[in-house]
Write a protein that binds this ligand. Structure first.
Ligand code: FAD
Length: 461
């Protein structure tokens, strides 16, 4: 048999059921398609394109070391995948499943084509611990609330152990594009130095990160994950996003780790990822449509100038600015600071969550179709199991609590270096540096304005 293995968000040789199945079965063609042509598929943001470039370079080297060649093609998958199957004279095509609406339609169309052309097609579960249709309420509906969802996952069939890596591959030679010509890597200007310093895309980097986490950071995770100034979380999110490591591998690596509360806190975050993907599966429009319809009546402000100040980290609120600059420089932001910066945009600036979601989509290396919109809707209060809308984060109080010594703020806002206490957290009252902006809004007044706007749409009901 010759099988085309169509890789997508699963750029790894270990724990890859589709690849494993094909390699056990005979000859293999490993294919990646850059699909920016199919209807409904959202083009990757700039930071994610950078990541993809390097991840594919790493994958190409690993496939070559195993004895084959990674085939790269560009175009609408419903045309490209059949063309590669025909070029390779393959009898079968396999892939690991995706859960977004347009992606599922494409996969179904390829499956139909295969059926009509006497080509076998098989799909596998690889990127979620539980398939969305297996975790439902008693009434067979998708969960809208996280805690019962988590309990249902814990009661469900235990996720499988990870599969061993594929080490030997053989197959026919098929023409491939040149990765460098895809233009995923930024040029003119190349703004990616900060990303390259922070990350090692690819399966080797993912494995290294997971080992570092399990051997060190996991101990104490439950407390240190709230402190953006320390390396207290796994930073696995972009590796999970591109499937350089699977949740099955992550789960197996932390099994048995102690202390138990740290492991449980970490696994609970992994299940937020699951919850959001299940939510997207049930709601393909998650990035564009308010999950709670009454939010359609919300009177958001339109202010390109305010949006830009937020994007650039020039709001005058040190913790917000530090977060937005961390995002711009490194392609990632600490979770607590994501919540605070998102709350600031939505509540203090009263700007539509979709504008923030789009900025994160463009700048995060871990941006994905489920977790980004779901977390934005959660913060806005328009989402499933949303954050109580009456809670408006105060960035000054949050900074004092979670970055008391300012190690995070001063790393990304050098204008405030050497300051502490009020001079750091409320610089406007203490001989403010000339090059640091004045606060762009009054926190108390804008909080009241937000609560009034939420009341107007009856958000509490
Ligand atoms: P850890 O604390 O080590 O957690 C381990 C893993 O659990 C993460 O890698 C991630 O896969 C998952 N996880 C952790 N927190 C969450 C969460 N709140 N929701 C869903 N999964 C979670 N995460 C993304 O992966 N992609 C996004 O596009 C994304 N956008 C976000 C936007 C906003 C406004 C907010 C508030 C959060 C967003 N998150 C997103 C969730 C979270 O901030 C990141 O997953 C986390 O910061 C990644 O860092 P880590 O790997 O060190 O996390």
């Amino acid at each position: 048999t010759t099988t085309v293995v169509w890789l997508r968000d699963d750029l790894r040789l270990a724990d890859n059921p589709a690849l494993r199945h094909a390699a056990d079965d005979g000859d293999v063609v490993v294919l990646y398609v850059l699909d920016e042509a199919s209807a409904g598929v959202r083009s990757l943001g700039g930071a994610a394109r950078w990541w993809l470039h390097h991840s594919l370079a790493a994958l190409g080297a690993a496939v070559e070391a195993a004895g084959a060649r990674l085939v790269l093609r560009r175009g609408a998958a419903i045309e490209v995948v059949p063309a590669v199957i025909q070029d390779a004279r393959a009898d079968a095509v396999v892939w690991n499943r995706r859960y977004g609406g347009p992606e599922r339609e494409i996969d179904a169309a390829v499956k139909t084509w295969a059926g009509e052309h006497d080509v076998e097609a098989h799909s596998f579960a690889a990127n979620l611990l539980h398939e969305p249709w297996t975790i439902t309420t008693g009434a067979g509906e998708p969960f809208q609330v996280y805690s019962p969802f988590l309990r249902a996952c814990q009661r469900a069939e235990e996720p499988r152990d990870p599969l061993p890596a594929v080490r030997r591959l053989a197959g026919p030679d098929v023409a491939s594009d040149d990765l460098d010509e895809w233009g995923l890597h930024p040029s003119a200007p190349d703004w990616s130095a900060g990303l390259a310093e922070a990350w090692e895309p690819g399966e080797t980097g993912a494995t290294r990160r997971l080992t570092q986490f399990v051997d060190g950071i996991l101990d104490g995770y439950d407390a240190s994950r709230e402190r953006p100034g320390v390396e207290g979380t796994s930073r696995l999110s972009p590796h999970l996003r591109f499937g350089e490591v699977s949740p099955f591998q992550v789960r197996a690596a932390v099994a048995g780790a102690s202390p138990r509360e740290d492991r449980d806190a970490f696994l609970s975050e992994i299940h937020w990822r699951e919850f959001n993907w299940h939510l997207l599966y049930a709601n393909p429009d998650l990035a564009t449509v308010n999950h709670r319809a009454k939010f359609d009546g919300m009177r958001w402000r339109r202010s390109p100038g305010d949006l830009r100040a937020w994007q650039r980290g020039r709001t005058g609120y040190p913790l917000v600015d530090a977060g937005m600059r961390q995002l711009w420089q490194t392609g990632w932001m600490h979770n607590r600071v994501r919540m605070i910066t998102a709350s600031f945009l939505i509540k203090n600036l009263l700007i539509d969550w979709r504008a923030g979601e789009q900025w994160f989509w463009d700048t995060l290396v871990d941006a994905d179709a489920a977790n980004n919109p779901a977390n934005w809707q959660w913060t806005a209060g328009s989402g499933a199991d949303a954050f109580p809308y009456v809670r408006v984060f105060n960035p000054v109080t949050q900074g004092r609590k979670f970055d008391a010594d300012g190690s995070y703020i001063t790393r990304f806002v050098p204008e405030l270096a050497g300051r502490d206490g009020s001079a750091l957290h409320e610089p406007w009252d203490h001989d403010p540096p000339a090059d640091y902006p004045e606060p762009m809004v009054d926190l108390r007044r804008t909080r009241r304005r937000a609560l009034a706007a939420y009341d107007d749409i009856g958000a509490s009901g």
